[in-house]
Design a protein around this ligand. Structure first.
Ligand SMILES: Cc1cc2nc3c(=O)[nH]c(=O)nc-3n(C[C@H](O)[C@H](O)[C@H](O)COP(=O)(O)OP(=O)(O)OC[C@H]3O[C@@H](n4cnc5c(N)ncnc54)[C@H](O)[C@@H]3O)c2cc1C
Length: 382
């Protein structure tokens, strides 16, 4: 499935992650600081524009290229990888897929250059899995403007110094059958009535930006509607299907990073007079880790292949996300064990991998939600 362009891109991101990210990211992580300098360099490399057409300042690649970049970044660090994933997959893709030409012209060139970041506001304090059941945010048309009220929880990239716009899912009315009508509205940073909270204190992804947003009489022009009114539900389902393939790639990267670090460590650490890599229990652990990462990678390649071919890929994306987030969790636990006490120290990457793995079973649809999607695709009742 990899062509020359894919191989070349993967190699350059691998080098960037190893040479630019790895030496400094641990300190950013410890300080819970957003790595502006790294993000600026990723922008200069064109990573934020990988799947964006050249006419909007992007690299004109496909979504699979983005996945490969995410995998290579997450091999070294997941905060950086999720910053790219959320900016492109959740921030840019909805504008690219559903935006008007004016919206694309306004936002995409700066986003593709990494000069500004986009965010995607779906989850609310009252519920992330149960959308729209837990959704309370509303938007009402008044004098040619949308007036937004409500709040959003856990929104990635929503409060950095370079955040430019948040796509907000809101209830804009009721359908004939009584169900809420959901639409997506673009809210530029700094709009009066939008309040960005302090960063959450998180277990992992500590160098990424995650915030709560609240909207109080927040007014934006009517033309900030993204796509058709009432199509918000369909839009985020499509966005999340793609996003799951990207999160699967990121999970595979973390799982691979655990193999990389473990292979290195068992050759240098000695116990009872020999390298610990000579013990079968260590070898079996690493063999299991390698088997998980290999099968998870095949799962996301397969989902991406169907997506790019225009075939249905909902089930494959859910499977890829489920198995690869499991692989990341299992590999992080095993790699920490391989490192013994040093695995529990933040100065070693495996400690970071351990803290970063859990969210992969939660974000962009929990593992339970993935199982629900797979069951529905198999024809089982909702
Ligand atoms: C660091 C971070 C970054 C995030 N970034 C974003 C972002 O950029 N944009 C955004 O919109 N959201 C974002 N999220 C939100 C994330 O997508 C949600 O946290 C996730 O979808 C789960 O929703 P919830 O937290 O409300 O959990 P809930 O939906 O309350 O789920 C709680 C538990 O109940 C289970 N559950 C719920 N319903 C069922 C069911 N029917 N059957 C079985 N089990 C069920 C869940 O699987 C879970 O185990 C982020 C979250 C985090 C932590």
């Amino acid at each position: 499935m990899l062509n020359d362009e894919h191989v070349e891109l993967r190699k350059s991101v691998e080098e960037f992650a190893r040479e630019v990210v790895a030496p400094v990211i641990g300190d950013y992580y410890e300080r819970c600081e957003f790595p502006y300098d790294i993000v600026r360099k990723m922008g200069a490399m064109g990573l934020f524009g990988l799947p964006v057409p050249e006419e909007y300042g992007g690299m004109g690649g496909d979504y699979f290229v983005l996945c490969l970049a995410l995998e290579e970044l997450a091999r070294v660090d997941s905060s950086v990888a999720i910053t790219l994933e959320a900016a492109v997959s959740l921030g840019e893709m909805p504008i690219l897929r559903f935006g008007t030409d004016a919206q694309k012209q306004r936002w995409l060139p700066k986003m593709a250059a990494g000069e500004i970041l986009g965010a995607f506001g779906l989850t609310e304090p009252g519920g992330g899995s149960d959308v729209p059941g837990g959704m309370r945010t509303t938007a009402v048309l008044d004098g040619g403007e949308w007036v937004i009220n409500g709040s959003k929880a856990f929104i990635t990239n929503s409060g950095t110094d370079i955040t430019g716009v948040v796509a907000v899912a809101a209830i804009t009315g009721r359908r004939q059958d009584g169900r809420p009508e959901i639409s997506t509205i673009l809210v530029p940073s700094g709009t009066p009535g939008l309040t960005v909270s302090e960063k959450y204190s998180k277990v992992g992804w500590s160098a990424s930006d995650t915030r709560e947003l609240s909207f109080t009489g927040c007014r934006v022009p009517e033309e900030n509607l993204l796509g058709e009114r009432g199509r918000g539900y369909a839009q985020f389902l499509q966005t999340l299907d793609e996003g799951r393939v990207a999160i699967a790639a990121l999970s595979v990267g973390l799982a691979q990073g655990c193999v990389d670090e473990s292979l290195r460590y068992v050759r240098e650490r000695r116990a009872f007079g020999q390298e610990i890599g000579r013990y079968q229990s260590m070898q079996f652990k690493i063999a299991d880790m390698e088997a998980r990462v290999h099968t998870a990678r095949l799962a996301y390649y397969h989902a991406a292949e169907r997506m790019l071919a225009g075939l249905p890929f909902k089930k494959e994306a859910a499977i890829a996300k489920l198995v690869s987030s499991n692989a990341a969790m299992d590999n992080a636990r095993d790699a920490t064990q391989v490192f013994g006490g040093y695995g529990f120290m933040n100065e070693f990457p495996v400690g970071r991998f351990y803290r970063d793995a859990k969210i992969l079973e939660i974000g962009e649809g929990t593992s339970e939600v993935q199982r629900m999607l797979i069951a529905r695709e198999l024809g089982l009742p909702a």
